[in-house]
Design a protein around this ligand. Structure first.
Ligand code: IMP
Ligand code: MG
Length: 186
C-alpha cells in the first residue's frame, strides 16, 4: 500500500479474508433460496456494488442473469441528501418472470433500497429481495431490512471494495475506515 493510502485509511474494517468468507456464505444462501427460480436476476447497483457483484456472481452455482442500474443518492461526499435519481434504468426489460435480487454495497439511510425495491415491484418483478455487503443499521432514516447481509458495521464512513469517497479508493481489495482528516480537515 502506498504511503498516501496509509495516511487516508484509519483502519481496515473488513479484510479480504473476511470478504471471501462472507461472499461464499451469501452465495450458498442464494443457491438454497433460488434453486427453483425460473429466472434469477442479480441486479448490480452501480458503481459501488460492482466489486461485490463480481465476486458474488462467480460463487453462485444456480443459473443467474445479471443487469445493472445506476442511481445517485449522495451529493456532498459523506452525507445523504435524500433524493434518489435513476441514472441508468432497466426499461424495456420484462421483469414478470424475474426473481430480482438487488445487490448493494452498503445500506445507510435506507432510502436507496426502499425506493428501488418499490420501483421494481411497480415495474412488475415476480419477486424482489435485497442483498448488501455492509449495513449501518444505526443510520436509518427510513425503515428498511435487507434479506441478505454480509456484515453490520458501526456508523463510520468506509471506502474500498467498490466504495468511494469522491470517486477514490474503489479499487482497494478490503473495506477500510476513511480517516476523518480526508473529509473534515482541521
Ligand atoms: P442510503 O440510500 O442512504 O442507504 O445510501 C446508500 C448509498 O450511499 C450506498 O450505495 C453508497 O453509495 C453510499 N454510502 C453510504 N454509506 C457509505 C460509506 O460509508 N462509504 C461510501 N459510500 C457510502
Ligand atoms: Mg452505492
Amino acid at each position: 500500500m502506498s504511503t498516501v493510502l496509509d495516511r487516508d485509511i484509519e483502519r481496515i474494517l473488513v479484510s479480504q479474508e473476511e470478504i471471501d468468507r462472507v461472499t461464499t456464505r451469501i452465495a450458498a444462501e442464494l443457491d438454497r433460496d433460488y434453486k427453483y427460480s425460473k429466472r434469477f436476476l442479480l441486479l448490480c447497483i452501480l458503481k459501488g456494488s460492482v466489486v461485490f457483484m463480481g465476486d458474488l456472481m462467480k460463487k453462485v452455482r444456480v443459473p443467474v442473469e445479471i443487469d445493472f442500474m445506476k442511481v445517485s443518492s449522495y451529493s456532498n461526499g459523506t452525507e445523504s441528501t435524500g433524493r434518489i435519481n435513476i441514472l441508468l434504468d432497466l426499461n424495456r426489460r420484462d421483469l414478470s418472470e424475474c426473481d430480482v435480487l438487488v445487490v448493494e454495497d452498503i445500506i445507510d439511510s435506507g432510502r436507496t433500497l426502499s425506493y428501488l425495491t418499490e420501483y421494481l415491484r411497480l415495474n412488475g418483478a415476480r419477486s424482489v429481495r435485497t442483498c448488501t455487503l455492509l449495513d449501518k443499521p444505526d443510520r436509518r432514516v427510513v425503515e428498511f431490512v435487507p434479506d441478505y447481509v454480509g456484515r453490520e458495521i458501526p456508523d463510520e464512513f468506509v471506502i474500498g471494495y467498490g466504495l468511494d469517497y469522491e470517486e477514490r479508493y474503489r479499487t482497494l481489495p478490503f473495506v477500510g475506515v476513511l480517516a476523518r482528516s480526508v473529509y473534515a480537515p482541521e
